[in-house]
Design a protein around this ligand. Structure first.
Ligand code: 3SL
Length: 239
């Protein structure tokens, strides 16, 4: 059986790099980058280029791309979009190419580029993602983007949710994954309630963007699977 391991923070990524080219990585930034990327594709975005710096996103504007940038949870001044999934509507992103930089999510994508596949995970596309991981039948790394190299609850809870869905067809002996599954089982009856204590949810409260929490915790509402490949993200799932 293939295995599932969980990387609880980008600071641990180097511990999992051996054999990366044979493994599938799921990049997880539930609040909000990987959720927003799923919503953008569901609403017809053509391509999303993850970049490290706001200046790189801005430089794509001249070529007709939408430039999106988030830092400290806020839209960077002068950019077309930030990182709220609620702003990535059909009207705004349908048929568009987007250059996106966020504090943690876009960095985690770039770190994973050597993997067999790099897929974008969120509660919204959890079934499509899990079905694809099962069908591909390779070892999986669930990579939590965290917050500035620190552990966070929401990404870990999601890693646990994916592992619970795949537990019958994957071998799970990794303590980080077992802990994530325990956490998910504790949270699953009321995910928004459980995550009220999370540090990023408290950041949302201070920025008055609490409504993004509900938008990010809808489960299995989207049939998309964004894949980061050759430096850019496209939807690889044709429903
Ligand atoms: O860190 C990230 O990539 C973002 O998802 C953070 S925020 O939710 O936009 O603040």
């Amino acid at each position: 059986m293939p295995s599932i391991e969980t990387i609880l923070s980008p600071a641990f990524f180097h511990l999992y790099e051996e054999g990366l080219e044979q493994k599938n990585v799921v990049v997880i930034d539930i609040l909000r980058a990987t959720t927003t990327i799923c919503v953008a594709f569901a609403n017809g975005a053509k391509e999303i280029l993850p970049v490290a710096k706001p200046e790189e996103a801005a430089s794509m504007q001249q070529m007709g791309w939408i430039a999106a940038a988030e830092r400290q949870g806020e839209t960077v001044d002068g950019f077309d979009l930030g990182n709220s999934p609620q702003d990535y509507t059909k009207e705004r992103v349908g048929g568009q190419k987007i250059a996106l930089t966020t504090t943690n999510g876009t960095r985690a994508l770039q770190m994973s580029s050597a993997a067999k596949h790099v897929w974008v995970g969120s509660f919204l596309n959890i079934k499509t993602l899990s079905d694809t991981l099962r069908a591909d039948n390779s070892d999986v790394l669930l990579f939590c983007a965290g917050w500035k190299d620190k552990f966070n609850l929401e990404d870990t809870v999601f890693a646990g949710a994916v592992a619970c869905l795949l537990a019958e067809t994957f071998s799970i002996t990794d303590d980080a994954t077992l802990a994530a599954m325990d956490l998910y089982q504790q949270a699953e009856a009321d995910l928004p309630g459980y995550l009220q204590k999370a540090s990023h949810v408290n950041r949302f409260k201070s920025l008055h963007i609490e409504s993004d929490l509900d938008a990010c915790l809808k489960t299995n509402t989207l049939n998309v699977l964004p894949e980061f490949k050759n430096g850019t993200i496209q939807n690889c799932h044709n429903a």
